[in-house]
Structure formats: structure tokens, C-alpha cells
Design a binder for this molecule. Structure first.
Ligand SMILES: NC(=O)c1ccc[n+]([C@@H]2O[C@H](COP(=O)([O-])OP(=O)(O)OC[C@H]3O[C@@H](n4cnc5c(N)ncnc54)[C@H](O)[C@@H]3O)[C@@H](O)[C@H]2O)c1
Length: 338
């Protein structure tokens, strides 16, 4: 039985409490939140769990094996540092920290303490994201040329981080995973419309190795909730609609014929002839709760010592990309190396 303290019980924390306290191989011993009224709301649902505002009470208890951090991003670094210093394993929500140098410090500390440090990049546990990863790795799409990612909605509007840090952190983690690399250069522009200094919308272009382009449109100020991804390879293309729970992926056996040269595409008829239009397939993708898979994976890493799929090294690369996006926005869209 792995005994867990969950720190931060706002919007997302209760999902983590539920998963770690569901009668499986873990048990929540403490829920810590700085708001007493929030603790009072949740306490009746979890008899036997200690609800407290004191982080030190949970960290000082030798019966606590692991700490799960779901507080606002700016607070992640000090809470994770204290938890690792108390020799607890740590699962921290994404993004790991608000500064890349803080993430690097946590990586060193976790290694020195011999503790698991995992980050909640939950999309890497999504069966559809894993399906696309297999297609990319097997070469079923051919050489990846570009990826377009749209993540929009009306809200939730955050006051602590921008839409890029809140939302694009998901897309960057997915793109890094699929392309097995991090971007070499980033350019971005952003718009501030609601809270001073906090970007509500970001348009970013990331250049990955081998000439792959990734475009991100991220906004919490948009009438439509969209989670649309398009991956274009030179053999096949696919779309991934995370709003479509039954059929999220469509693989298009479409492309441009190899023998096309500019001289033969100078009429509409010859252009049509140069395009290959094959079948569209809708693969069956297993359903499941990615967050449960993520929580189970954390427990397995603690038990077996295996490195997490969403380790802190990967998560720190995401933070470097987000920092580069901020810098590019500040420089009017100039390309920045993360
Ligand atoms: N993986 C996902 O899909 C996903 C979804 C939503 C949020 N998140 C992440 O989860 C984290 C929390 O997001 P949220 O939407 O729940 O935020 P929230 O503001 O709703 O909740 C944060 C909670 O932390 C508490 N808190 C703040 N500082 C604290 C401290 N120092 N000690 C103890 N408690 C403290 C607040 O009182 C609040 O209850 C963020 O890092 C966010 O990026 C991840």
C-alpha cells in the first residue's frame, strides 16, 4: 500500500484524490490546501483522511510515501523541493515549474534523494496519443512534414499563467513525444485582452529536427471548444479530434504522387491528377481514463524503480519551450532557441 498526500484540492486535485483513494494499491492519507473552506467541502466525502492547511504535517509523517502536487504552477517548485527533501516520491501537475532552472534543480534533488519525480503530462497516457505515437514510430505516415494543433475554449481563464503555459503545455508535450525530440527554434505572437500581462491567445510555430514544423493555436478566449490535431506525413495524414470520444482518429491514405514536377501541375486537371486520394480509416482506439493510467504508472514507478514515461527531464524541456515562446512574444515574434 502506497500512502499519498495530495497538495492542492481546487479544480483538478479532487480527480487525483479519487484516483489514489479508490480501493487500489494506494491510499490518500492527507489532503493539504491553503483554503479551509475548500477542505471543509471535501472532508465529509473522505472519512479517515486528514484534511489540513499545514504542508509540514503531511511531509513530517513518515507513513507518507508519496506527494501529489496540484497547486498553481508558481508554487510547484517550493512544494516539490520540500517533498523531495522529506524523501517523498513526487507526482507534480504540469507544467513542472514556471522556470526551467527550477525544474533542473528538482531533477538533481530527486536523483540525489533516490526518489521518483514524475510530471502529470496526462495526454501521454491517452490511448489515442499512444496510437499515433506507434504509427509515427512504425513509419506508417512516412516522413512527418508538419503538425497543426488547435486547443481552444471559452475559459477556464487563469490569473497565474498564460493560455500557453496552461494549454500549450499539453500540445508541446504531445509533439515532443511523437517526434522524439524537442523544438530547435520557436516563434510566437500572443494577445492580451482580459488580465493585464497574461496572454489569452498564442499562435506559435515550433521547428523540430529534420525540418518538421509544428503550429499551435492556443486560446481560452474562443467560442468553440476544440482539441484538433492534424499530422501530415509524406505517405499518410491523420486527424485527431480529442472531443470525439468514440472515433478520435482518422487516417487518410492521401498525399501527392512522387512523380510530380512543377511542369506537370500548371493546369487544374494535371494538379488533380497529381494528388493521391485513398481510403480513410477510423481505427478502434481503446477507451479508458488517461488520468487513472497516469496515477497507476506513478505507483508502478515507485514500486519497481522504472523511470516514468513523463519524467522531469521531458517536462523540463516543455518548460524551456514555453519560456522560449514567452521570449519570442516579447520580441515581436522573433525566432528563439529554447
Ligand atoms: N493535467 C490536466 O489536464 C490538468 C487540468 C487542470 C489543471 N491542471 C494543473 O493542476 C494544477 C492545479 O490546477 P487547478 O485548476 O486545480 O487550480 P485551482 O486554482 O483550481 O486549485 C489550486 C488549489 O491549490 C491551493 N493552493 C494554492 N497554493 C497552495 C499552497 N501553497 N499550498 C497548498 N494549497 C495551495 C488553492 O487553494 C486551490 O484550492 C495546475 O498546475 C494546473 O496546470 C492539470
Amino acid at each position: 500500500m502506497i500512502r499519498v498526500a495530495v497538495i492542492g484540492a481546487g479544480h483538478w486535485g479532487p480527480n487525483l484524490i479519487r484516483n489514489f483513494h479508490s480501493g487500489g494499491p494506494s491510499q490518500v492519507r492527507y489532503v493539504v490546501d491553503s483554503r479551509t473552506e475548500r477542505l471543509a467541502q471535501l472532508e465529509p466525502r473522505y472519512p479517515g483522511v486528514t484534511f489540513t492547511t499545514e504542508l509540514s504535517q503531511a511531509l513530517g509523517d513518515p507513513d507518507v510515501d508519496a506527494v501529489v502536487v496540484s497547486t498553481p504552477t508558481a508554487t510547484h517548485a517550493p512544494i516539490c523541493r520540500a517533498a523531495l527533501e522529506a524523501k517523498k516520491h513526487v507526482l507534480v501537475e504540469k507544467p513542472i515549474t514556471h522556470r526551467a532552472e527550477d525544474a533542473a534543480g528538482l531533477i538533481t534533488l530527486a536523483a540525489a534523494q533516490g526518489r521518483v519525480l514524475m510530471v502529470g503530462h496526462v495526454f501521454l497516457f491517452n490511448p489515442a496519443v499512444q496510437y499515433v505515437k506507434r504509427l509515427v514510430d512504425e513509419g506508417a505516415l512516412g516522413k512527418i512534414q508538419y503538425v497543426s494543433m488547435v486547443r481552444t475554449n471559452l475559459g477556464p481563464i487563469r490569473g497565474d499563467v498564460s493560455a500557453a503555459w496552461d494549454l500549450a503545455s499539453h500540445d508541446v508535450s504531445i509533439a515532443d513525444y511523437w517526434l522524439s525530440s524537442a523544438p530547435e527554434a520557436v516563434s510566437a505572437v500572443g494577445g492580451v485582452f482580459i488580465n493585464p500581462g497574461i496572454h489569452d491567445v498564442t499562435f506559435a510555430t515550433l521547428r523540430y529536427p529534420k525540418g518538421v514544423l509544428v503550429n499551435l493555436h492556443t486560446s481560452w478566449l474562443n467560442p468553440r471548444k476544440a482539441r484538433d490535431i492534424t499530422v501530415v506525413g509524406d505517405r499518410r495524414m491523420l486527424t485527431f479530434d480529442d472531443m470525439n470520444l468514440l472515433e478520435p482518429i482518422r487516417v487518410y491514405d492521401k498525399g501527392v504522387k512522387d512523380d510530380v514536377s512543377p511542369s506537370v501541375v500548371d493546369t487544374f486537371a494535371s494538379f488533380r491528377a497529381s494528388v493521391r486520394e485513398g481510403d480513410i480509416t477510423i481505427p478502434k482506439v481503446a477507451m479508458g481514463e488517461p488520468l487513472k493510467t497516469e496515477c497507476d504508472h506513478f505507483l508502478e514507478c515507485i514500486r519497481t524503480g522504472k523511470p516514468p514515461l513523463t519524467d522531469a527531464v521531458r517536462a523540463a524541456a516543455v518548460v524551456r519551450t514555453l519560456e522560449a515562446m514567452d521570449l519570442s512574444i516579447a520580441r515581436g515574434g522573433a525566432e528563439v532557441r529554447p
